[in-house]
Write a protein that binds this ligand. Structure first.
Ligand code: HEM
Length: 140
């Protein structure tokens, strides 16, 4: 009896491992917290030097932005984090962000993810989860 239950336990453990391998969370695919840190640390200097959007980041607390963005990406990727930032609509209110600005940020994010060696499939998975934020970032 004992033997059967340990065989069952091992089988269950293997099955859940296989399930995880077949369906990794986006958090895992991004390389966990170190992977997300790398993406954001690569992204922020790009935003600050991109002529299309760098003016938006003049005088902004980039250290805070870096921490909040890492938390937020971790959360949308189903990682073990808590977003401690402000409401997205409130923080972007009055910044006059256009579709062109939004697209520029997405391109810079894609470049940052390319530099981390992430596949287009993984990149698209993250972008799809950020896309609904468009309505809070680009306001009429
Ligand atoms: C999906 C796209 C975007 C995401 C996920 C995002 C996320 C964030 C987050 C998490 C914060 C920090 C909130 C806090 O401090 O509590 C923030 C702030 C900010 N974002 Fe965005 N953002 C996006 C698009 C943009 C775009 C396109 C621009 C301008 C080109 C922009 C400009 C800013 C600025 C200037 C701040 C700082 C505001 C302040 O500290 O007063 N964001 N964003």
């Amino acid at each position: 009896m004992k033997l059967i239950s340990s065989v069952l336990l091992v089988a269950a453990a293997l099955a859940s491992q296989a399930a995880r391998a077949a369906d990794p969370t986006l958090f895992d695919q991004l390389g966990g917290k170190p992977g997300i840190v790398k993406i954001v640390d690569t992204l922020l200097p790009k935003l600050q030097s991109d002529p299309r959007i760098r003016a938006s980041f003049d005088g902004i607390d980039m250290h805070n932005l870096s921490l909040r963005l890492k938390e937020q990406i971790c959360v949308v990727a189903n990682g073990p984090c808590t977003y401690r930032g402000k409401d997205m609509k409130l923080i972007h209110d009055g910044l006059h962000i256009t579709d062109a600005h939004f697209n520029a940020l997405v391109e810079d994010l894609q470049d940052a993810m390319d530099e981390s060696g992430l596949s287009p499939a993984v990149q698209n998975r993250l972008l799809a989860r950020l896309a609904p934020m468009h309505r809070d970032v680009v306001q009429p």
